[in-house]
Design a protein around this ligand. Structure first.
Ligand code: UDP
Ligand code: MG
Length: 327
């Protein structure tokens, strides 16, 4: 199939030696199926991005790549986190293929949904978001915190697709523009909608992890939410300004009230209330300074222009004839 588009499936892996041997054949079966249906080219690939795993994940990937040319892999020089791993994969893939689909390696996201994603691509959509139609397989706690996460993000001015994580199809054409988003604080699911182009969503059921453990406990999820908000929105700063305005207005009314009371001869005792007000304002000021400080810190990090990922090894030659885009 010469004219069918060339797809690269991007799969970030961190300490996944247990689950990778289980899910890799599932990705391969899906790839083969789409090839047979003529939806994608024979030159399509499954790209594993090892995110500096401490276990034998990279060895597993290398072994897979020797078994079948459709499996290829790159490794980051150290662990940089899920978002950077996906970004490394996308940026690597954009020069070799026509379409990318990023998906977690644990089999939680329905691999079969790629069929619908490809159909939507062929219908003319350049970005297709995979959206979870339910979260029944997650624990009550994970479900509630995750849903709170999306609601909180939107309250804070970060536009995301509700219940969409990082399972998505993006065309290389869009990725060429996305590469111009040079920030080092990256939050893909908030950044991709900013690029624009025609997009749609595909719904799927989320399963349980096929093996291994989640790397996203509540602490990391809160970190990701904070990262997303401070990277993509300055709403917290304007909220602080509004808060400052309200508190100042209330204080002004309080002062007038105190003067009137003094003129009327009702001396104001009230040491406790005074202390409360001082503490309250002290707290608010510290909090506000802290939040503004976060933005200053982020600006500082951005000005360094450090690389967002460093690929230390690949299972293929970068100039390999087989991987050339025009084949
Ligand atoms: N991951 C990664 N780097 C990290 C943490 C996770 O590349 O530092 C990968 C991980 O291997 C998996 C995906 O990101 O493919 C999602 O992680 P996980 O399944 O642990 O998160 P959850 O689905 O529980 O939110
Ligand atoms: Mg998972």
């Amino acid at each position: 199939m010469k004219n069918a588009p060339k797809l690269w499936i991007i799969i970030p892996c961190y300490n996944e030696e247990e689950v990778l041997p289980v899910t890799a054949p599932l990705f391969m079966a899906q790839l083969k199926k789409m090839q047979q249906e003529g939806k994608i080219s024979e030159q399509s690939r499954i790209l594993f991005v090892n995110d500096g795993s401490k276990d034998t994940t990279w060895e597993v990937i290398k072994k897979l790549s020797k078994k079948d040319v459709h499996y290829i892999g790159i490794t980051q020089s150290r662990n940089r986190g899920h978002q950077n791993a996906v970004l490394a994969g996308l940026m690597e893939a954009k020069d070799y293929c026509d379409i990318t689909i990023s998906i977690d390696c644990d089999g939680q996201d329905d691999i079969g949904a790629m069929d619908a994603m490809m159909d939507e691509y062929l219908n003319g959509n350049e970005i297709v978001y995979g959206v979870r139609s339910n979260r029944d397989s997650d624990t009550w706690f994970k479900r509630t915190t995750a849903q709170g996460f999306y609601k909180f993000l939107s309250m804070m001015g970060v536009e995301t697709v509700y219940n969409h994580a990082d399972y998505r199809l993006i065309s290389s054409h869009v990725l060429q523009y996305f590469a111009e988003f040079k920030e080092v604080n990256i939050f893909l699911r908030g950044m991709v909608p900013l690029v624009g182009f025609s997009s749609t969503a595909v719904y799927y059921e989320r399963h349980e992890r096929l093996a291994g453990e989640s790397h996203y406990p509540l602490r990391k999820m809160l970190g990701l939410a904070f990262e997303g908000i401070t990277s993509l929105s300055i709403k917290p700063i304007s909220m602080i300004a509004s808060l400052g305005f309200v508190v100042s207005a209330l204080s002004f009314i309080g002062i007038i009230w105190a003067i009137v009371m003094a003129i009327m001869g009702h001396a104001i005792t009230g040491w406790a209330s005074m202390t409360c007000i001082v503490c309250f304002l002290g707290g608010i000021q510290l909090l506000s300074l802290g939040i503004i400080g976060q933005y200053v810190g982020k600006t500082y990090m951005e000005t360094k222009h450090r690389p967002r990922y460093i690929i230390s090894e690949k299972t293929y030659e970068s100039d390999s004839r087989e991987l050339r885009k025009d084949i």
